[in-house]
Design a protein around this ligand. Sequence first.
Ligand code: 13P
Length: 341
Amino acid sequence: MTDKLNEMIETAAAMVSKGRGVLAIDESTGTCQKRFDSIGVECTFESRRDYRHMLLSTEGLGEHISGAILFDETLRQSSEAGVPFVKIMQDNDIIPGIKVDKGAHPLAGFEGEKITEGLDGLRDRLAEYYDLGARFAKWRAVITIDEVNPSQACIDANCHALARYAALCQEAGLVPMVEPEVLMDGDHDIATAYEVTELTLKTLFEQLYEQNVVLEACILKSSMVVAGADCPEQADIEEVAEATLNCFFNTVPASLAGIVFLSGGQSEIEATEHLDAMNRVENLPWPLSFSYGRALQASALKVWGANPQDNVKAAQAELSHRARMNGLAAMGEYDGKLENE
Ligand code: 13P
């Protein structure tokens, strides 16, 4: 285990190295269809390839992007000219990652709640992904807040699965990125989001401990502590940063390799501002960075969608810009004035 473990510890450190974060482009085909519908582009094997090739071949992307999470199809794809995406990423200093869960499905016996599936056969899939060049993996669990939820059973089942997945990843030499997403949907207030996130993270780290997961070779991908999208009282940037950090101080061991955030429906600017506010606090026990999907892609997707043939460079410029802004936020050095440069 030692060589493998050292490799994973190095990979995890590289993923959250200074001023860098992870690009999430692991949308399932169904989710990609929704994104492409919004820009009026047909969602096919080729259009998904062209879009993701555009993103991954952005010049200098590796300066602020340390790794990218791919969907199974994308890890096996090559550019139209025949260059494997994995090679393009390696040449750009971007670590290939892979989403390995099989999606969130209804949790039997608990209306409105979900359990993430995908453990059966995972050992063999992970070995193949390692051979294909992946060095980290992602598994997303979703926790829903409403009048009666979440139940303890839903949190327990999802955290147990996350820890089983993480242990299998480390056995295969892949850094596990464990993602328990507390959804922003609903009208709950920030105090409720805090309570649910705290309970989820406490349960998750108990499970990771019980199942012998090495935290130095593990990354947490977390939601921020924010009020539900329909809550009439929205917290400001400072309140979100403070609540999120306090929640982590109470739940996340200092030995963890790092924490990255999902954007979960926040705008591009909000996601950057929140990350920056947290990184202005000195002497945090873990690197704190980003692993945004929508908050890195939204502008690039829109520009590309307006004319996929001609707008490649313009769309890449949008992605580069957001990567740079979030890279600065990961060091607490973001300034809103840079948005208009
Ligand atoms: P968003 O940043 O769009 O929430 O996506 C990140 C992700 O990987 C969710 O699993």
